[in-house]
Design a binder for this molecule. Structure first.
Ligand code: VG1
Ligand code: CO
Length: 541
């Protein structure tokens, strides 16, 4: 039986960089999830359609899945494909949307944000191409949340999402599928599993930290079962509702146990970690950390060594704050390089138009045209394929890369949970001063240019403004300032720092030291301490 429930708009249901993210308790509040889901269905249409549904297994994932299914049925959907246990990594969901040519999908995740009753939850809608909804669609969804007066839901028992196969929910088909199988087959089609298997058989050792989040089952099946990595290679492999109390953000701060292992005595050859929903990756060699910007550049330079990319790359795209290391590779390969705003949704059109093959962000995101999301395990497998083909260590490959292309020293400093008004005032003041900055000297550095990044999509011509303030110094160094669009508490200031050094450089390879002059200049230019009361970042990556 379908019920139409009267409701009223709830303020602030505005999707950010990657869907709607709020405290779990907010999502569990009266009508909150329901209003947002109905707004999505009202905008994208639901009657007769097929969707994919899954999430990263965090607290409320299972309950939210049942609500979304009942609402899809009430809104007339024909069929929903759900990962068993309501689990799907973000890249696996993207693949299922494409593979089954569905009308899109709903992913339940707050990605790298912690999970649990007092932590975060999130919902995002992906389009029929498998990618995050573009700004025009998320804007329409937001507008709809401000107008909503009712939502539809069927009254029914829970669907048994633990049982693979077809179920019926008030006339709608619910197909519960193995969340791993199709994704693993896709990976086998892209990479030389034989070469990687031979490398493991030859004694190559790895540690994969799934951070008690969704990639555990994927990593165990692919790395241990199919590629023959030693049992126990994947640690924190069981997805838990609170991620075992961990912050499932694969960076040196939150994946410290992995870093300690990789820099300790008897470190394995290769280490990797992924985030809550499996779209991010961190890669570490024995005694050497690979910055995400460098990782994108190395993958671009070597992707042809994997069968799925043997024909070469159409082009490479990176988000604006990501270092220009990948641009140098693109120039050497004679392929196009694109610079987009932060967030994977901006890569979708470039991938669909086959203008680029690889994409990446400094925030531990890398991916390709195999799906329309960034893909953590994909990046790990491409690295493994390259290591198997080149028969060199991670350190050896990185050093050769820097010797060839020069090195883009890079770091991001995050200042978290700043009072929103203070952060906004700092950005407004900075934007107000942009025109006067070029030609001035700050802390011994000369500013060449300064702007607020705007992007015109080369495919559909849509324009996205105010995507972050860039200050370029002479010699190719820069500082970028922007506020996060994924936080759930106050504002987070992200300060991105970059310095290019050609060839073997004589610096000591400590990025914080190499970047010290730019860090000082950035603080002086924006008056971070004066505006926010903060002089040291909470997280450095
Ligand atoms: C952050 C990252 C951005 C990434 C986004 C979603 O956004 O900086 O590069 O695309 O998270 O990643 P923001 O607005 O907080 O800087 V995920 O893995 O959380 O979906
Ligand atoms: Co994520």
């Amino acid at each position: 039986m379908t019920t139409t429930v009267a409701t009223t708009p709830i303020a602030g249901q505005k999707p950010g960089t990657s869907g709607l993210r709020k405290k779990t308790a907010v999502f569990m509040g009266r009508h909150y999830l329901e209003n947002f889901v109905q707004a999505v269905f009202d905008v994208v249409g639901c009657a007769g359609k097929t969707f994919v549904l899954g999430g990263d297994g965090r607290y409320f994932n299972d309950r939210a899945a049942q609500v979304i299914l009942r609402m899809a049925a009430a809104n007339g959907a024909a069929r929903v494909i759900v990962g068993q246990g309501a689990l799907l990594s973000t890249p696996a969901a993207s693949h299922l949307i494409r593979l089954n040519q569905t009308d899109g999908g709903i992913i339940m995740s707050a990605s790298h944000n912690p999970g649990g009753p007092t932590e975060d939850f999130g919902v995002k809608f992906n389009m029929p191409n498998g990618g995050p909804a573009p700004e025009a669609v998320t804007e329409s969804i937001f507008t709809r949340t401000t107008e909503i007066t009712e939502y539809r839901i069927v009254q029914a028992q829970d669907v048994d999402l633990s049982r693979i196969g077809r179920h019926d929910l008030a006339g709608m088909a619910v197909d519960v599928v193995d969340p791993v199988a199709d994704y693993a087959a896709l990976m086998e089609s892209l990479f030389s599993f034989d070469a990687i298997r031979a490398m493991f058989a030859g004694g190559f050792r790895m540690r994969m930290d799934s951070m008690c989040a969704v990639t555990g089952p994927y990593a165990v099946e692919i790395l241990e079962n199919r590629l023959g990595a030693a049992k126990g290679t994947v640690v924190n492999a069981a997805p838990l509702p609170d991620f075992g109390g961990m912050h499932p953000d694969p960076n040196p701060t939150w994946a410290k146990a992995l870093m300690d292992e990789m820099f300790g005595a008897d470190a394995p050859d290769f280490g990797a970690a992924s985030d809550g929903d499996g779209d991010r990756n961190m890669v570490v060699g024995r005694g050497i950390y690979v910055s995400p910007s460098d990782s994108l550049a190395v993958l671009a330079a070597n992707a042809h060594l994997a069968p799925g990319y043997a024909r070469g790359l159409a082009g490479v795209a990176r988000s604006m704050p990501t270092s220009a290391a990948a641009d140098r590779v693109a120039a050497a390969l004679g392929i196009a390089a694109y610079e987009t705003p932060t967030g994977w949704k901006f890569f979708g059109n470039l991938l669909d138009a086959a203008k680029v093959t690889l994409c990446g962000e400094e925030s531990f995101g890398t991916g390709s045209d195999h799906v329309r999301e960034k893909d953590g395990l994909w990046a790990v497998l491409l690295w493994l394929n390259i290591l198997a083909a080149r028969k060199q260590s991670v350190a050896g490959i990185l050093r050769e890369h820097w010797a060839t292309y020069g090195r883009n020293y890079y770091s991001r400093h995050d200042f978290e949970a700043i009072e929103t008004a203070k952060a906004d005032a700092m950005m407004a003041a900075l934007r107000g001063r942009l025109a006067g900055l070029p030609g001035t000297d700050v802390q011994g550095l000369t500013i060449e240019a300064a702007d607020d990044f705007a992007y015109t999509d080369p495919v559909d011509g849509s324009i996205s403004r105010a995507q972050g303030v860039r200050v370029l110094f002479s010699g190719g160094s820069r500082a970028v300032f922007r506020l996060s669009g994924t936080g759930t508490e106050g504002a987070t200031l992200r300060l991105y720092l970059e310095r290019y050094v050609a060839g073997p450089d004589g610096l000591d390879h400590n990025p914080q030291q190499a970047l010290a002059p730019i860090i000082r200049a950035a603080h002086a230019i924006a008056g971070i301490a004066a505006h926010t009361g903060r002089s040291t970042p909470d997280v450095v990556t």
